[in-house]
Design a binder for this molecule. Structure first.
Ligand code: TTP
Ligand code: MG
Length: 366
């Protein structure tokens, strides 16, 4: 048996209102003003993110831009400039990699770092997080927040704690005290529905959750129940995986005007299919397993959303068209959004993962 593993040191870094902060940096006259980045109101776009000044008006990500403008008529709405944000993202990730190879990006502005083995900053994760945030500030003129903890779950909760431009550390001895007081809605995966369900069971905080046995939680929440059992005790053994394998990929578009006919829908689907192939090509290095199914997502004019899928080993336009016709005949309503997705075989993923872990442990034992 291997000796007891050292307590891990995980950092979660999350940039503050990332897209908006970059736009404000590019045009300092916008500083202090309510700024949103996203789709335009006449195109029925939604807000991707907004400045803290805009958040004070109740504006948030995914809100229709037209609603945001009603809440704050002086809101400055800017279009998304993805290539610019990607270039910043690349540079901040290079800073992360200066401290450890174990960097797992979650999105353009967010990553987990495992610095357990790092000798930088005298091996102090707290100092590493501070130094990284200082470097981002100096080189990019942007602020980031960080969480430092013995696992991913707690590190992510902590990076949000003193946002913006703050950081919070939880040491191993503080875990119990911290999680007991933690509201369950802070647990990643507990959305409005689960929160309500828990609330009906009289559960508001993790200390309440701790009173339920694992089987009881599994009865109520299935597999997520056993995860709740662990997370409510501050336990999370997921490793930081630098080469996280992709399980799905999708593209979608919301139309300026609802599509009223089958033909217009099929036409839109054809061009979206082209985008899907482009994206598949872009992400090819992250995909290590075969395609398992094709997924079509449709949102109707009444905002009801449906998804339908079929098994296939390759992205085929004809199959998406068939799925589309099925939905159209089932629900003949104007269509607001079409999404095309691919899901990759999970069995293969776990085989791949085992293979990689096997190689790693072999490496460790030599
Ligand atoms: P977040 O980190 O969720 O948000 P944020 O960085 O804008 O703000 P915070 O200070 O609260 O961290 O997302 C990072 C970027 O991803 C965000 O700037 C824009 C983009 N994004 C979307 O495009 N759509 C979304 O629904 C969300 C949540 C984010
Ligand atoms: Mg962020």
């Amino acid at each position: 048996m291997p000796s007891k593993k050292p307590q891990r040191k995980i950092i979660h870094i999350d940039m503050d209102c990332f897209f908006a902060a970059i736009e404000i940096r590019e045009n300092p006259a916008l500083a202090g003003l309510p700024v949103a980045v996203g789709g335009l109101p006449d195109k029925r776009g939604v807000v991707a993110t907004c400045s803290y000044e805009a958040r004070q008006f109740g504006i948030h990500s995914a809100m229709p831009t037209s609603t945001a403008l009603r809440k704050c008529p002086t809101l400055i709405c800017l279009p998304v400039r993805m290539p610019l944000y990607k270039s910043v993202s690349k540079r901040i990730q290079a800073i992360f990699r200066d401290y450890t190879d174990l960097v797992e990006p979650l999105s353009l502005d967010e990553a987990f770092l495992d610095v357990t083995g790092s000798t930088r900053c005298r091996g102090s994760a707290t100092l590493i997080a501070e130094e990284i945030r200082n470097r981002i500030q100096t080189t990019e003129r942007l602020t980031a927040s960080a969480g430092v903890a013995p696992n991913k779950f707690l590190a992510k909760v902590c990076s949000d704690w003193h946002k913006p431009n703050g950081q919070k550390v939880i040491t191993p001895s503080e875990i119990d005290h911290f999680v007991c007081a933690l509201p369950v809605k802070k647990i990643n995966g507990v959305g409005k529905v689960t929160e309500k369900k828990l609330s009906r069971l009289g559960i508001k905080r993790c200390s309440d959750l701790q009173k339920l046995s694992a089987p009881t939680l599994e009865n109520h929440f299935g597999r997520f129940g056993s995860r709740l059992y662990e997370l409510s005790r501050g336990i999370d053994n997921r490793p930081v995986s630098p080469n996280r394998l992709r399980k799905s990929l999708s593209v979608e578009t919301t139309f300026a005007e609802d599509l009223e006919t089958l033909e217009s829908g099929l036409q839109a689907l054809n061009s979206l299919y082209g985008k899907l192939l482009e994206r598949l090509d872009e992400k090819s290095t992250q995909i290590k397993s075969p395609i398992q199914s094709l997924v079509l997502k449709i949102r109707f004019s009444n905002f009801k959303t449906t998804t339908i899928q079929t098994t296939s080993r390759s992205p085929q336009l004809e199959l998406y068209q068939q799925l589309y016709k099925t939905v159209w005949h089932r629900t003949p309503l104007p269509i607001r959004l079409i999404g095309l997705g691919l899901s990759f075989s999970e069995d293969h993923l776990s085989e791949q993962l085992e293979l990689e872990l096997g190689e790693e442990s072999e490496h460790n034992s030599t």
